[in-house]
Design a protein around this ligand. Structure first.
Ligand code: ZN
Length: 239
């Protein structure tokens, strides 16, 4: 099957990283589609943010709105059936004996990207874009560059295709990810991401901080807050 090189499928969760990746894809490709997963996240708020961010990105830039094609939301009950993690069940966020936080959902990104590849294959899309990152990350092994490269090889062998897994945030710090959003869509995009994306593991949107909504105490909030502070410092010093 011929895959249009000027097309991308963005794995889009409604969070800061995948929203930035979506803007990155919209600035580079002629046709962009999105895919998300309802995998029994404890907090449905993230899925509500997806729809909001998509609508606002269309409104922010008419050229982006024209490029932005259909969104697909897949339901995956399997992770909940497999067992407890702090993202799928009411379990405390702690460091586990394996050295990984209890928010780690084993196999999640492997399955997500395999399903995204299946969709890209069917839709004639060449590029799969994901917001995984090896810098500043929570230690998730399925976010590593080597994992993504191995997965690209595996799906291409298994589907007899030449798909490309793009990871624009792989080597960026969280502060640099804010900077990338600013480069792509100016202050308006930064504001959109601050206001409408969701990162907090607790699903909290009660309090608006300088860096957006969240409980302010979970590892995801801490990372987002520190990244935004770093970004503001760099912008203030003109760097
Ligand atoms: Zn939080």
């Amino acid at each position: 099957m011929e895959h249009t090189t000027d097309s991308a499928l963005v794995v889009f969760s409604g969070g800061q990283d995948s929203a930035t990746c979506l803007a990155w894809a919209l600035s580079r490709f002629g046709r962009v589609e999105t895919m998300g997963f309802d995998y029994g996240q404890r907090h449905a708020v993230e899925l509500a943010c997806r729809t909001e961010v998509l609508a606002r990105l269309r409104a922010l830039s008419p050229p982006w709105g024209t490029k932005l094609g259909p969104d697909t939301l897949l339901t995956l009950d399997a992770f909940q059936q497999l067992g407890e993690t702090a993202l799928t069940h009411d379990v405390e966020i702690t460091m586990t004996a394996s050295g990984l936080p209890s928010t780690f959902v084993p196999g999640r990104n492997l399955i997500f990207l395999t399903l995204a590849a299946a969709q890209a294959y069917r839709r004639g899309i060449k590029h799969i874009v994901t917001g995984v990152c090896e810098t500043d990350f929570s230690g998730y092994p399925d976010c590593r560059d080597d994992t993504m490269k191995a997965l690209q090889v595996a799906v291409n062998l298994g589907m007899q295709a030449r798909l490309v897994i793009d990871t624009p945030l792989m080597w960026l710090t969280k502060a640099q990810t804010w900077g990338l959003a600013h480069d792509l869509g100016g202050q308006a995009l930064v504001e959109l991401i601050l206001e409408h994306t969701h990162t907090c593991y607790q699903g909290s949107r009660g309090t608006r901080h300088a860096w957006g909504y969240g409980c302010g105490a979970c590892p995801a909030c801490e990372l987002r807050a520190a990244g935004y502070a770093g970004y503001r410092e760099r912008s203030a010093s003109g760097g």
